[in-house]
Design a protein around this ligand. Structure first.
Ligand code: UT7
Length: 315
């Protein structure tokens, strides 16, 4: 397939590190040096579906496609307001999509899992025009008294429209199952038969372990995927990497021995917006005109699961 439109949407409320320091035992210095984050967009009165719909409409407009042109809609999100129907159905109703649609819950690498699915549908002859929306609000998953998680995240949505083409060169999805490293639990309704007393648990993360997993999964997958299509890092123009921690991005960059200029980032302004992260970064770079026709882009993302994924696209 080929990406012909991108879009994104952000909550209006911006929370700076100084804002957080007013009610948490943290500091701008700690957050900046440990993560590279300076501020994040945080949902207040916006809904996930509003942000997802806005990002989708912007991507459709850039692509020059109408909602009725889309024949497959994949929506990536972790925590939606509705258990059922899917966020994909809710956004479809809002913007007038009429095709088959579904949610995927693949945490931070959700955009790359969606790309992988879209490309597979395309190769099977089952889609010509696909919409991907990644909409996440991880700030509503955290305990805002837990400084080890809530400072890391921001909310938002990113979207892409794909059509027929030969620009997705390779995709790979992976899992090294390790639930306890990064998880959140929401308890279903009680019944007369469930005796166990359970409670909702906000997002829990073993940060150092996830950090190590992220660097090792990303570097291995990028090198392997490039070699699978006979390319090397010297062929790469840009790396669009999940914006979780600037130190993770730096470690990947150092391992690959690649220059800063190949790694666009927006982590300082957005923090980690889960699956929206790569999609928002892609849209921002695209709208700035960073990518030129023929550029080779490598995507890499990692998160709860522990899931990871990589993709290579010719722009
Ligand atoms: O998108 C999902 C994927 N998630 C990730 O990629 C996250 C990966 N992990 C990380 O990015 C990093 O591990 C963190 C940013 C989460 C933490 O950085 P770290 O360098 O691994 O710090 P740490 O967890 O080892 O904590 C160091 C110290 C601890 O204090 P002690 O035990 O040394 O006294 C923490 O309690 O920093 C303390 N700390 C804080 N201090 C001030 C933890 N959070 C904060 C905070 N402000 N917000």
């Amino acid at each position: 397939m080929r990406i012909i439109g991108t879009g994104s949407a952000l909550p209006k409320k911006i929370v700076t590190n100084e804002d957080l320091s007013k009610f948490l035992d943290t500091s701008d210095e700690w957050i900046t040096t440990r993560t590279g984050i300076k501020q994040r967009h945080v949902v207040s009165d916006e809904t996930l579906e509003d942000m997802g719909a806005e990002a989708a409409l912007k991507a459709l407009e850039m692509a020059g496609k109408r909602p009725e042109d889309i024949d497959l809609f994949i929506c990536s999100n972790v925590l939606g307001e509705y258990i059922t129907p899917s966020l994909a159905c809710i956004i479809s109703e809002k913007i007038g999509l009429k095709c088959g649609c579904f949610d995927i819950n693949c945490a931070c690498p959700g955009f790359l899992f969606a790309l992988d699915i879209a490309e597979s549908y395309y190769k099977a002859g089952k889609t010509k025009n696909c919409l991907i929306v990644c909409a996440d609000e991880p700030t509503r998953m955290c305990d805002w008294n837990d400084r080890s998680t809530c400072v890391l995240f921001g909310d938002g949505a990113g979207a892409a429209v794909l059509t027929e083409g030969d620009n997705v060169k390779a995709t790979k999805i992976n899992c090294q199952p390790a639930v306890s490293k990064l998880w959140q639990k929401r308890v279903p309704e009680p019944t007369p038969y469930v005796t166990k007393v359970e409670q909702n648990v906000p997002l829990q993360m073993m940060g150092r372990d996830v950090f190590k997993f992220a660097v090792s999964a990303s570097t291995t997958e990028v090198v392997d995927l490039l070699s699978s299509i006979g390319k090397s890092k010297s062929d790469v123009d840009y790396y669009v990497v999940h914006q979780a921690n600037m130190r993770i991005i730096d470690a990947i960059k150092n391992f690959l021995g690649e220059p800063d200029s190949k790694f666009p980032t927006n982590i300082a302004d957005h923090g980690n917006s889960s699956s929206a992260s790569c999609a928002i970064l892609l849209d921002e770079c695209n709208r700035k005109g960073l990518f030129k026709k023929g550029d080779l882009l490598v995507f890499s993302a990692f998160g709860a699961g522990l899931l990871s994924a990589a993709a290579i696209l010719e722009w």
